[in-house]
Design a protein around this ligand. Structure first.
Ligand SMILES: [Zn+2]
Length: 487
């Protein structure tokens, strides 16, 4: 009986994602957008909401919104307006936030898109309800010493944000996480946002509810303050379990906003959810409507680069990679670009993929770095692979050289020369070493002649030792067998 109840609920998750757009200036004024500037150094009368200041729409931000809408296959509104969302909060100097809301006959920037998600159970289509533009608020800073009160930094006030709202199509916390990964990848490939959750350029709220399959929607809660992919998955898992426990005990889920407490790993109620009418939306009288014509859209469509799903498919078809490797190589534009640029110089796609996903990824993981943060160029990686192919470096030595390339920004050929690492493969040099080794070890030589292969391994080891590991083991093996009549 209890087990029937436990499996009888379906998880329903919808996401609201706030994306900071990659613009040089703010949404409605010329102030610079910059992460980590000293507090209140990037402000003006417009973004501080001073009386008489008039906002002007940043065309670059609208264009990034339209890029997103096209990439998500949305229907784009030929006319859309900005609205004032009225509420009081100290980080909001105007007492309203300029946003776009589906209001009267004014649609938001774009509606009705979708994003396809690769899941274990196949491809899932997640519908996008809308994409709209708005401005960010300021930021409250609470010093450790309460006597200092709270401080406000308005640098972020007016920074261009885009809100992407999904339909409640996600069915598990893991799926919600996968959706965010796919969306972030799309935003990065299309150069719309850095998508860095740790810097707040990608923020996510989630609506979560449970229902019995086929029955009406359950009451939902909104979960906020999830600052990493891991946090999204864990917060949603906690919230699903919490709601399930409430329902199984015969209780009712209360519609409310809940915050994720990263340290305690719980969600907690903060305030009851406002309804749209609480914000008293009305059209922003200081801004003209956004008018999107076909010519503008065509130009933006033409400027869109190859998107991640298409690039992944092409990597499989054109380079013969597995879907798994193609997926890893298209995780970021930097990885995909480096892969293709290296293959152009060293046309062995599987070898290049193996080095990027193996040794290079391992180094980055170990040091907590992104690919953009290490001095690895396609030229250098191709040069390294050529050294291996030409027999100048063993695989083991190449790994050492790679680490030095990454740590000290050096060219592989220069490292090999400076460290005397070049592998010894030429017969004449190795024959001389072999002769010396054989003269020093008559016992093992006799053993090999008597058919004991273990002694051969010993002699190979001695040659490697005499060359400080630089002898090419395959060549040594061949020459020794020739020399001892065991070919
Ligand atoms: Zn400003």
């Amino acid at each position: 009986m209890a087990r029937d109840v436990a499996v009888a609920y379906e998880t329903v998750i919808g996401l609201e994602i706030h994306v900071q757009l990659l613009t040089a200036s703010k949404m409605f004024c010329g102030c610079a957008v910059s992460f980590g500037a000293p507090p209140n150094t990037l402000t003006c009368p417009v973004c501080l909401g001073l009386p008489g200041a008039l906002p002007v729409v940043n065309r670059a931000a609208v264009e990034l919104g339209l890029r997103t809408a096209l990439a998500l296959g949305c229907r784009i509104s030929p006319h859309s307006r900005f609205h004032r969302k009225n509420y009081f909060y100290p980080d909001l100097p105007k007492n309203y936030q300029i946003s776009q809301y589906q209001y009267a006959d004014h649609p938001p920037l774009a509606t009705d898109g979708h994003l396809e998600l690769q899941t274990e159970g196949g491809v899932r289509t997640v519908r996008i309800r809308r994409v709209h533009l708005e401005e960010d608020t300021g930021r409250l800073v609470h010093p450790d010493d309460p006597a200092r009160g709270s401080l406000i930094d308005y640098n972020r006030s007016g920074v261009p944000l885009m809100e992407i709202v999904t339909e409640p199509d996600l069915r598990s916390p893991a799926e919600a996480r996968d959706f965010l990964v796919a969306l972030r990848r799309l935003l990065q490939f299309a150069r719309i946002s850095t998508g860095r959750m740790e810097e707040g350029t990608l923020r996510c709220d989630a609506n979560v509810s449970l229902r019995r399959p086929g029955s009406a929607w359950g009451t939902r809660t909104e979960v906020k303050n999830m600052n990493s992919l891991r946090a999204v998955e864990r917060a949603l898992a906690f919230e699903v379990a919490r709601q399930r426990a409430v329902l199984e005990q015969g209780g009712e889920v209360v519609q409310e906003t809940r915050h994720w407490d990263e340290r305690r790993e719980v969600t907690f109620a903060s305030r009851t959810k406002e309804e749209a009418q609480d914000y008293r939306y009305f059209p922003e009288p200081d801004l003209v409507p956004i008018v999107v014509d076909e010519a503008w859209l065509a130009a933006i469509r033409a400027s869109l680069p190859e998107l991640p799903a298409a690039r992944r498919a092409r990597f499989v078809a054109a380079y013969g990679l597995s879907p798994y490797d193609a997926d890893l190589l298209t995780a970021t534009p930097a990885t995909a670009d480096l892969f293709e640029q290296t293959v152009a110089r060293y046309p062995a796609p599987k070898t290049v993929a193996n080095w990027l996903l193996g040794e290079v990824a391992g180094y980055l993981n170990e040091h907590g770095l992104e690919l953009e943060q290490v001095p690895l160029s396609a030229e250098r990686l191709a040069a390294l692979l050529r050294l291996i192919e030409q027999g100048h470096l063993s695989g083991r030595m190449a790994k050492e050289v790679l680490v030095e390339m990454l740590a000290h920004d050096r060219d592989p050929v220069a490292i090999v020369e400076a460290r005397g690492l070049r592998q010894i493969s030429d017969d004449a040099t190795l024959r001389a070493v072999i002769d010396r080794v054989l003269a020093e070890h008559p016992g093992p030589v006799a053993d090999v002649r008597a058919g004991k292969d273990k002694a051969l391994t010993f002699l190979i080891g001695q040659v490697m030792r005499a060359t400080q590991g630089r002898a090419n083991p395959e060549v040594v093996h061949r020459l020794l067998r020739e020399r001892l009549g065991r070919a």
